[in-house]
Design a protein around this ligand. Structure first.
Ligand code: FAD
Ligand code: MLT
Ligand code: ZN
Length: 474
């Protein structure tokens, strides 16, 4: 049976497109090396037709299919479950930009296109693709769509869902659904594209996407400022949006505890502030007009905020290199936290105005339940998206803790608080294999049942990424 399958796969994608031996760890393990999977084969198709043929073959033998992009998922959605005898379907070789339309501000990219490559393609026609996150050198279009990624640009442009015109998808029975026409208006009944955005590979394989581009930015200004509290940061954001409107491209809140961890773990990365703040915000303004005088306007605005005491300290970047340093610190948090200890990163969202109350409640509950934990905060503040991190430093005294049990306990504690504040326990990272229990525990049963019915309708044999979103065998 396995030989039959492997022979069939090789006949479809060529012998070089089926990996059964050698170092397959980058496909089988998650990037943090926390979850280790196994698969009968890793398959790398080169075209939509090949994907469809692979899926048809897998369906005919009831072999589970795990679609994979850059394998940077935060919730283990792209790693096959050991023992499932599945195939990993890596889209990496499908990385062509099929169309680049400057007038229509659209790009049609295959699923394996790396985000950084998409940025370059957009720039080549004087446009930008505005999704930005720490993994942009690795994450791919298909993975970004399937996890509906957010990142720092979502404040201004929305998450991936807001950047998609249409998709090309191979359904679990091998048929191809194609909607790459990049129409700005189209009301032909249900918008099926949205079903696949954020579906985490459970409803089909995204093979290409028509995506929205925006005008390129020619004026930029970046600042790193300290504030007294999250409430003060929110006030600053509102005042900046009043003053600069859509030029506010990114506004990221960091706790002092997070900055300290980055500086302790990564000596080459430093905050530009003279002293360690309680709270800091990294700000990016951008404008398509190169004469916008943004830096001077930002300096002027921030000196007013300093005089009024709403901002405690701050540095406006004098060069692109200095701005890059600010953002290097912001995007180093994940790497630094991994080195510092065992941390449980939550991905909550609440109404923007509820962030301060949520943070206060979460921090208080955490230190009461786990006195050796340090509350660490990284927040896409303008989206109400808070990565609340319970950090247990390796060099800190405290009781012996089982990391897996602690992570589960912290998760339940903080997710309940997010819900009590009217929020969600999964803002941008998705569910994957990590939050399957939380999805069931915290969902409205009517919503959960409808999701399961949709899964059964599209994938009655349950071959697409089993164990992701729903428990295996659901
Ligand atoms: P993968 O990890 O390979 O897959 C993700 C999910 O999509 C899996 O369920 C997989 O089965 C499915 N999938 C992949 N390709 C396809 C396809 N073609 N068709 C159908 N299903 C598919 N995320 C954010 O939202 N915001 C951030 O700020 C952010 N920052 C990050 C920073 C770092 C340093 C890292 C490592 C990750 C970060 N992430 C962030 C998480 C991650 O980058 C995103 O979730 C990204 O969208 C995953 O893309 P990928 O190509 O690696 O997908
Ligand atoms: C981020 O915002 O940096 C990411 O979502 C990654 C993380 O949560 O660690
Ligand atoms: Zn994030």
């Amino acid at each position: 049976m396995a030989d039959d399958l492997l022979g069939g796969l090789a006949a479809i994608v060529g012998p070089g497109g089926v990996v059964t031996d050698g170092d397959r760890s980058r496909f089988l393990n998650d990037w943090r090396d926390k979850v280790h999977g196994d698969a009968v084969a890793v398959v790398l198709p080169r075209s939509t037709e090949e994907v469809a043929a692979v899926v048809r073959l897998a369906a005919s033998q009831s072999v589970p299919v795990v679609p994979q992009g850059g394998n940077t998922s935060m919730c283990f959605g792209s790693v096959p479950h050991a023992g499932d005898r599945s195939i990993v379907l890596s889209l990496s070789r499908m990385n062509a930009i099929r169309e680049l339309d400057r007038e229509g501000s659209a790009v049609v990219a295959e699923a394996g296109t790396v985000l950084a490559t998409l940025h370059e393609a957009a720039e080549s026609v004087g446009r930008q693709f505005p999704l930005h996150l720490g993994a942009e050198g690795t994450a791919q279009v298909g993975g970004l769509i399937s996890s509906n990624a957010g990142g720092t640009g979502a404040l201004r442009y929305g998450p991936m869902r807001d950047l998609v015109f249409g998709l090309e998808v191979v359904l679990p029975n091998g048929t191809v659904l194609s909607d790459l026409s990049a129409l700005r208006k189209d009301n032909r009944g249900y918008n099926l594209n949205h079903l696949f955005i954020g579906a985490e590979g459970t409803l089909g394989v995204v093979t290409a996407a028509a995506l929205k581009l925006h005008p390129a930015l020619h004026a930029d200004a970046d600042a790193f400022v300290s504030v007294a509290s999250p409430a003060m940061a929110l006030e600053l954001l509102a005042r900046m949006q009043d003053r600069f409107d859509t030029a506010v491209q990114a506004f990221e809140l960091l706790s002092g505890s997070q900055i300290r961890i980055v500086e302790d773990m990564l000596p080459a990365v430093r905050s530009p502030l003279a002293t360690l703040p309680d709270w800091a915000v990294v700000i990016h303004l951008g404008d398509p007009d190169h004469q916008a005088g943004l830096r001077e306007r930002l300096e002027d605005f921030l000196s007013g905020e300093l005089s009024s005491g709403r901002v405690l300290d701050g540095v406006v970047a004098r060069s692109t290199a200095q701005a890059r340093e600010f953002w290097k610190l912001r995007h180093s948090v994940t790497e630094a936290n991994l080195k510092a200890g065992f941390g449980t990163t939550l991905d909550a969202s609440v109404r923007v105005s509820a962030v301060p109350a949520f943070l206060e409640a979460a921090s208080a509950a955490l230190v009461e339940a786990f006195p050796d934990a340090i509350p660490v905060v990284v927040s896409h503040l303008g989206d109400g998206n808070v990565h609340f991190i319970a950090m247990f430093l390796y060099d800190r005294d405290g009781p012996e803790r089982d990391p897996a049990k602690t992570a589960d306990d912290v998760q339940v504690l903080i997710n309940d608080i997010a819900l009590a504040h009217g929020g969600s326990f999964s803002a941008e990272h998705g569910i994957g294999r990590k939050l399957v229990g939380e999805l069931k525990r915290l969902s409205d049963p009517n919503r959960y049942d409808l999701m399961l019915q949709i899964k059964h309708l599209l994938d009655p044999a349950g071959i697409m990424n089993p164990g992701v979103l729903f428990p295996p065998g659901s």
